[in-house]
Ligand binder design. Structure first.
Ligand SMILES: [Zn+2]
Length: 461
């Protein structure tokens, strides 16, 4: 009898527990994690109510995404597709549309009593507008510069760290009719057109990593501007043989960067060692999250520990992975003489078309490199475009500084890279371009970066 009672009590407790568990779970979603639900790609509620959804506009207030006749419109089409993402009742939300959904619906910043009463009166609940730092003209030009390629381009405004363009190819048109037409192809395409590559693509850096290694070696006192390197076309590190793409002979430190000598940089890498290379990647903020660039990835720091790993890492091979945005930020740090400013994509959240109700905190410029080391790297990057591997990035009448890269990867031909900035003496724009499996950076990525810099330099006085 007693045993039966015990068992009944046990069962009663079990049933209560089973009842309470889902309740707790539901209230968790209702009370605590509702932001997560709002942003969930399968939550079409926001999209269905989307006549009230705020617009996304560029730095001049030109529309990038807006509601018209119950449908989300994207005037730039594929030029900003992977960046903006999409919003519609069938496919849900993606890209910035998903990441900013709460702001665009007007939920993220509480309304004043006045605003709330006004809304109650009007019976509408229009969301807020989001202003980006993007310049829609330059976004289009960056997209055009990538024509016929797979890859990405980032254009930064050097003095502010604002992102002016973030283009990715292959792309897609986020307008609903186009998406409906192309959906089956887009989701099956092995070239992954739905992926935003400029801030979220992860690539081996190849030789565009060398400015970082040069800066680190200078700062650590492991080399100096008078240093010379003797390149006989190959270097033996332990039992690993590292080839240079040329037999450079005697090179100064600046020439080693300008001609992208693997032998010289393998040497610098070995002097630095893995721990210091990782530390310098952290110093250059490659591991940091960007509060004003939703979705941007953090770099993958190298973990390799074989004896030749520092040499391979220094020439951008081994297991390091970075995004084009990381590399544009590196170019901008050199352009600013060693000052870092956190890149930004979000500019302001605007309510009722006029009131700025939220802005990301203005980033404080931070010195990550001495002005002296930054200047030495800058001079070598100038030499790279004047007479080294980056001559295809030259712009008539303006001095361009840059660095090419050709990153070996396990998926076919090398990725072509270029990072740089202009004008070299008073930098305004920094750029990073990657073309997947295109071949040499000097031949393919440098002319593409040149087009983007040229467009930027022509855009304003
Ligand atoms: Zn060499």
């Amino acid at each position: 009898m007693r045993a039966l009672k015990e068992r009944a009590r046990f069962l009663a407790i079990l049933f209560i527990f089973l009842l309470v568990l889902p309740l707790v779970n539901i209230s968790r979603y209702a009370c605590l994690d509702n932001e997560e639900l709002l942003r969930h790609p399968r939550n079409h509620y926001g999209a269905a109510e989307s006549d009230l959804l705020g617009s996304i506009v560029d730095r001049q207030g030109r529309p990038l995404a807006f509601m018209k006749e119950g449908e989300r419109r994207y005037p730039l089409g594929p030029a900003a597709g992977p960046l903006l993402g999409y919003c519609n009742p069938v496919y849900g939300l993606a890209g910035l549309e998903a990441q900013l959904s709460e702001r665009l619906q007007g939920f993220s910043v509480p309304r004043s009593l006045n605003q709330a009463l006004l809304l109650w009166d009007k019976r509408d609940r229009r969301g807020d507008d989001l202003q980006l730092t993007i310049d829609s003209q330059l976004q289009r030009r960056a997209y055009e510069a990538l024509a016929g390629r797979r890859g990405a381009a980032v254009l930064l405004e050097v003095p502010t760290g604002e992102i002016l363009a973030m283009a990715s190819r292959p792309a897609y048109d986020p307008n609903f009719s186009a998406l409906k037409r192309d959906w089956a192809r887009l989701t099956r395409d092995p070239q992954a057109p739905l992926v935003e590559r400029a801030g979220q693509g992860m690539y081996p850096p190849g030789s565009v990593f060398k400015p970082l290694i040069m800066a680190a070696a200078l700062e650590e006192g492991l080399t100096n501007p008078q240093a010379h390197f003797d390149c006989q076309g190959r270097a033996q590190v332990g039992n690993f043989v590292l080839n240079c793409h040329d037999r450079h002979g005697m090179l100064s430190l600046a020439q080693a960067l300008a001609y992208s000598c693997n032998v010289a940089f393998a040497d610098l890498g070995m002097r630095l060692g893995m721990e210091r290379i990782r530390q310098w990647m952290r110093t250059f903020q490659m591991e940091g999250r960007l509060s004003a660039v939703p979705g941007a990835v953090t770099a993958k720091l190298p973990e390799a520990s074989n004896p030749s790993a520092p040499a391979e890492t220094a020439i951008g091979q081994a297991d390091t992975l970075v995004s084009p945005l990381h590399m544009a930020r590196l170019a901008a740090i050199i352009a600013r003489g060693g000052l870092d400013i956190e890149p930004r994509l979000l500019k302001a959240q605007v309510r009722e078309g006029e009131e700025i109700i939220w802005q990301p905190p203005w980033p404080q410029p931070r010195r990550v490199l001495s002005a002296q080391s930054a200047q030495l790297v800058a001079q070598a990057m100038l030499l790279t475009v004047e007479e080294g591997t980056g001559t295809a990035a030259q712009v008539a009448g303006v001095q361009v500084a840059g660095k090419t890269g050709s990153a070996e990867n396990p998926h076919g031909a090398t990725h072509a890279w270029f990072i740089g900035y202009a004008p070299a003496q008073k930098p305004r724009y920094a750029v990073a371009v990657i073309l997947e499996n295109a071949g040499g950076g000097g031949r393919y990525a440098a002319p593409c970066a040149q087009k983007i810099l040229k467009a930027a330099l022509a855009s304003q006085p």
